[in-house]
Design a protein. Sequence first.
Length: 135
Amino acid sequence: MSPAAEKRLLQGVMAVTLLLPLTAAIAGVTGGPRFLGHPPVIPTDLDSHFRYISGLFLGMLLLFASCIPAVERKGPRLRLLAAMVILGGLFRLLSLFLVGVPSLGHRIGLGIELIEVPLILLWQMRVARRLGKSD
């Protein structure tokens, strides 16, 4: 596969990967924790905090999306964002051990955070090297 074709494939994988988390972030910002379908009464502080965290998550995802067009030149930004995602994934994994197994959507998120994002980082480094854009 040519370096340009590999870059396009990486860009496509990144775009598809962002769809589920973007959907969750938008739902969290607009609906608060209600979209998770649990308690009918949600404390005001929980709603406020959940929407705040969802807003941070949305901002981070938009920064990830901004890396897609020139992915071969966005290594430093991707590594910073990935570090944040992986750290969050480690704490989600801690919750799994301390509290229990979360719903399917959260388990998929865990896979994205601890498996797919590190693989995308490695792939980005390969593409950058192949296109002569290593940093």
